[in-house]
Each structure stands twice: as C-alpha cells, then as structure tokens.
Design a protein. Structure first.
Length: 606
C-alpha cells in the first residue's frame, strides 16, 4: 500500500492514468454488482426448485426400495415350507438325508424369492444353533467365523429387544469366498417358530447398495455437493463416500437445535467452519431423511462465471484506456523525465551533462535554470578540490618537518659516538653516507617517490647504521618487480626501519635482521601490503595501545612519532581503509604491516 501511494504521489503520468482508470473501474463495479444481485436471485431460485424436486423424487424412490426389504422379510417369515422345516428341525428326529433335502429346499425358496425383485441381493436365515440358510453365494463358514451372539444387531433381534433393524450401508460379510463382497443395505427381522412363537434367529434381507447409491447420485448439487440418508436418530445409513463429509452438518449446533425443536425446514443454510452451506432435506416413509449439502457459492457458480467474464472484458477495456492515457500523459511528462535523468547524472558527479529541453513553457525555463546551477556547482567543486589539495600538501610538509629532525638527530648521534671512540674512518664513511642520503632526498621534488627509490634510500640509511652496530645488522628486502614503480609518500618506510634498529635490535648484543616484504594483496584487489619485521626485543604489551594515537594526543616519544607519521600519511592519501597495524611478542621481535588501498585501480597521489 505504501509503495502504491508513493508511486501515485511521485509521477504525474501515474496520477492521470489512475484517475481515468478509477472512473472506469467504478462504473464497471457498480454495473457488475447490480447485475450479480438480480441474476443470483433469479437463477439461484430456479436451481433450488429443481434440486428440491429431484430430492423428492429420489426420496420416494428410496422409500420404495426400503419397503421392498420389509415386505420381503414378511414373505419369508410366513412361508409355510420354511416354517415346516423350522418345526421339523426343532423336533430333532431327522436323518442326514432329510436334513440335506430340507436345506436344499430352503435355499431354493430363498433364491426364488431373491430373483423376484431386482433390488434384493441376498436373503439369509441366520441362527446361532442349527442350520443357516441363504441365497446366492451364501457362505456358511463365514457365518461360523462371524459369531452372531457377539454382535449387537443379532442379539437385539433374538432377544426381542427390537422387532426390526436397519444396518448402515456395508459390505456383505456372509457371501463369497474372499474378502471383496457386495455392497448392501441390510434389513433385519426376528426369525420365529410360528407354532411356539419362539425367536430362533434372524431374517436378513440385503438390498443392492449400488442401486441405492445410484438413486442419490442422480441428484446433482453443485460440483462438490452430495446427498446422504440418516435415520430418525441422525445415524448415517447411506453415504456415497467413506470420508463422512456430511458428519460436519450433523455436528453443527444449528442442526442439533432444529432437530430438538422438530423444525427441520425443506431448505436452509448452515455456517460450517466459516463456509456457508446450502442444505436440502426431504422426509422418507420410514421416518428417515435424505439430506443434501453443498457450498452456497456453487449454487450460483454460473452467475459468478458470467461476472468473471464481465471483469475480463473490463480488463481489456482498462488496458486500452491505459494505453490512451499513457500516450496523453507522455506528451506532458516526457520533458520532466528528461530533466530527471540529467539530475540523476548530476548525483553521480557528472557535471558535464546539460539538459536539452527546448520548450518555452515552465519546463523549459526550469531546464535553463538547471543548466546554470550545474555550471556554478562545477566551479565551486574545482575551488574546493584546489583548497583541499593545498591543505593536504601543507599537512604532509608538517609531518615531514616533524620526522626529519628526528632522523638527523639519530644519524648525527651515531657519528658522534664513532668520533668519541676514535673510529675516524667509520665517522668519515658515515658522514659520506649521510651526505649521499641527503643528496638523494633533495634530488626529488614533491611528496611522492617510487618504491624502488624509497628502498635505495633505506639501503644508504642502513649503511650508516652498520658503522655503529657492526656487520651483524642486516636488511633483507623482497619486492615484486611490478610494484617498484608505484609511487608512495616520501619517507614512508624509513621511520619504521629506524624504530626497528634503535628500539628493537640495538638492545641486543648479537645484532639482528630487518625483513621488508612488498606485495599485492591476495585477499582484496587494488591493495598493496608492506610488512616490516625484526627479530629484536619486541615492544612491551603496555605500549602497543598508545603507539597509534592521533598526533595531537600524547604518545610514546620519538618512537610513537614515527609510527604516527606513517599511519596518518596512509589515511591522508589512501583513506580510512588504509593504515598501520602492529603486532609484537616480547623477546621475539615485532611486525609492522602497512595497507595501501589503491583508489580507482591505482595509487592515488595528490
């Protein structure tokens, strides 16, 4: 939302286009809403009327099927031959042949009765004691494994607790030789001996479950809706799917309330888990009820499709209107966009860019003012760069004037020491080396010098120090040939080497070595790493933190001045990413690392 608000507020063309589109969308939305309301009322009424009529026809048809089951049980119960067999079996005076003949007779009667009606799949006469009879693929071994007395439906009938029972849609457990049996709706009635009126078992009438499912499947209720049948206790008797979707309706509070008040309407709506359902009910003759449910949105699905088409046509119209609006707004905003592009270049410090808007209106006048502003800014920046350049040169001269007396002091101190101990030849050679060193320093002008020349000055400086400390003082230099021509600030390495000599190696009796390594960084591009290591006495841990303090704060004497000079020089010319890092282990030596970040792919010099 915030992004859309920014877009609307920043672009004039967006305002024009969105205003026009908003007017079109508002008109289409009002028209679509009014059409949707009227169409929904008309079509939904027709759909509901058709569904109710289909539900009534299916309820009558299913009632007929259920009546067939109860009528067939009465016909079996009153069959004289079956009653005769039951009474003769109860006497117990039958031979094996007589029992076989009687069983065959009963089975034949049950098969004949089964074939008289296409709704009936099986007829069974089941008893816990004695013979069991059945039609079709009746399997007596399954009956024995079933253990009738362990099932409530059988004991309820045999013990005269119920005169009839209907079992929910199920797979027939008593037919066939395998596990895959027929889908049946079972009606159970007591099997009695009419002479004694003793209940000896149960009459089981199995109705064709597939025919029943086809009867309720013919009622179409949306795409996902379906019908099911419940008894007067809300027990699910017939359902086309094992997932028991309809159980959601039976569990709803609104359904239970209507059941308790005995005010079940032919059609109503239920809110289930946030979804509105359209429900149709129809009573059957057996006091059962056929119930259908479907999301209410599906009842008016065709209307929604039409509404979607309206919006599809609206989108096409909006696209066409957008193109027209864009072309119109472009004639107004194009000069402004061109000016914005030039301003973006100005943000990137490109001061040579000038706008080319030639119109004489307010936008053209703004363009001329912009060009004048760019020229003025360019002049001011040149002046600032010149002032900053002179300022950096003055700062570097001040740093060099601070370090030069220190260098001369140490060098003359060394020559004085040699004269005192009558090392006249060494003093002479030292003065000669100092003269050469000073001449080499005076030959160059400007604050920068090549790495190769800086290393040559270090070699002359070490010549002077060897007269004092002897040949055991060594300088080892490793430098990539490709870096020798790179320009670095003058006197960058000499203060560090001087500190290594006087504070690291001089206190040792057997001399030492200073190693200088100059190479390009393998970790970060455009960076040169210079490492100066010595094997001297090291730097006390308490002094490390104070060595790189700013020059305007107290530091560690002349030792600190040298390192400060190098650190401030690097940051002055190469930015805050460059500088000096120090590491030292007392008694083992020190390592000074210089990092020079090459701006723009080269060493930056003022």
């Amino acid at each position: 939302m915030n992004r859309l608000t920014r877009l609307f507020s920043r672009h004039l063309s967006t305002k024009l286009v969105l205003t026009m589109l908003l007017m079109i969308v508002l008109s289409i939305a009002v028209t679509s809403y009014l059409y949707y309301q009227d169409s929904t009322r008309i079509i939904a009424g027709n759909v509901r009327e058709s569904t109710q009529q289909s539900a009534k026809q299916s309820a009558d048809y299913l009632s007929l099927i259920l009546t067939v089951g109860s009528d067939m049980s009465q016909q079996v119960f009153r069959d004289a031959t079956i009653q005769k067999v039951i009474q003769e079996e109860a006497s117990g005076n039958l031979t094996v042949d007589q029992k076989y003949e009687m069983n065959a007779t009963v089975d034949q009667i049950l098969n004949n009765l089964m074939y008289t009606n296409s709704f009936i799949r099986n007829i069974y006469l089941l008893k816990e004691q004695g013979n069991n009879w059945g039609s079709g693929l009746f399997n007596t071994s399954k009956v024995r494994r079933y253990t009738l007395n362990e099932h409530e439906w059988y004991t309820s009938v045999v013990n005269n607790q119920a005169d009839e029972l209907w079992l929910p849609l199920q797979l027939d457990p008593f037919s066939g030789g395998g596990e895959n049996t027929e889908l049946v709706l079972t009606y159970v009635k007591p099997l009695r001996n009419l002479r004694t009126m003793e209940t000896i078992g149960a009459i089981v009438i199995n109705l064709d479950g597939n025919v029943i499912l086809q009867a309720i499947d013919r009622i179409r209720l949306g795409r996902t809706g379906k019908f099911f049948i419940i008894n007067n206790k809300d027990q699910m008797m017939i359902d086309p799917g094992p997932e028991q979707w309809s159980q959601q309706i039976l569990d709803s509070a609104q359904w239970q309330q209507m059941r308790q008040m005995n005010r079940m309407e032919p059609e109503f709506e239920l809110d289930i888990d946030g979804t509105r359902y359209y429900v149709v009910t129809r009573l059957m003759k057996q006091d059962w009820m056929i119930v259908g449910g479907v999301p209410a949105a599906e009842v008016i699905g065709d209307i929604q499709k039409i509404q979607h088409k309206i919006w599809m046509y609206a989108v096409i119209l909006l696209l066409f209107a957008s193109v027209i609006s864009w072309l119109f707004s472009r004639r107004i905003t194009s000069p402004l966009k061109q000016l914005m592009k030039q301003m973006a270049q100005l943000e990137k410090s490109n001061f040579t860019v000038l706008t080319k808007v030639t119109s004489r209106d307010e936008v053209g006048q703004l363009s001329n003012k912009f060009n004048s502003m760019v020229k003025q800014i360019e002049r001011l920046i040149q002046q600032v760069n010149m002032v900053e350049s002179k300022k950096r040169e003055a700062e570097m001269r001040a740093l060099r004037h601070q370090i030069n007396p220190h260098f001369l002091y140490n060098t003359l101190s060394t020559i004085r020491w040699m004269v005192k101990f009558k090392q006249y030849e060494g003093a002479y050679n030292g003065i000669a080396a100092l003269v050469q060193l000073m001449e080499a320093g005076m030959e160059k002008k400007g604050p920068f010098i090549s790495i190769e020349d800086e290393l040559d000055l270090l070699d002359k400086y070490m010549t002077i120090q060897k007269f004092r400390y002897g040949p055991n003082l060594k300088l080892q230099i490793t430098c990539d040939d490709s870096l020798k021509a790179v320009q670095i600030p003058r006197m960058l390495l000499q203060p560090i080497v001087e500190n290594a000599v006087f504070h690291g190696i001089a206190p040792k009796e057997d001399g030492g070595a200073i190693r200088i390594s100059i190479a390009a960084s393998t970790i970060r591009e455009q960076t040169i790493l210079i490492t100066i290591e010595d094997d001297g006495v090291g730097i006390p841990e308490g002094r490390l933190a104070s060595l790189l303090k700013p020059s305007d704060q107290p530091n560690s004497g002349m030792f600190g001045i040298g390192l400060n000079h190098v650190h401030e020089t690097l940051q002055l010319y190469y930015g805050p990413e460059s500088g000096v890092t120090i590491s030292s282990k007392p008694g083992q030596g020190s390592a000074i690392r210089l990092q020079l970040f090459m701006k723009g792919g080269r060493i930056h010099a003022v």
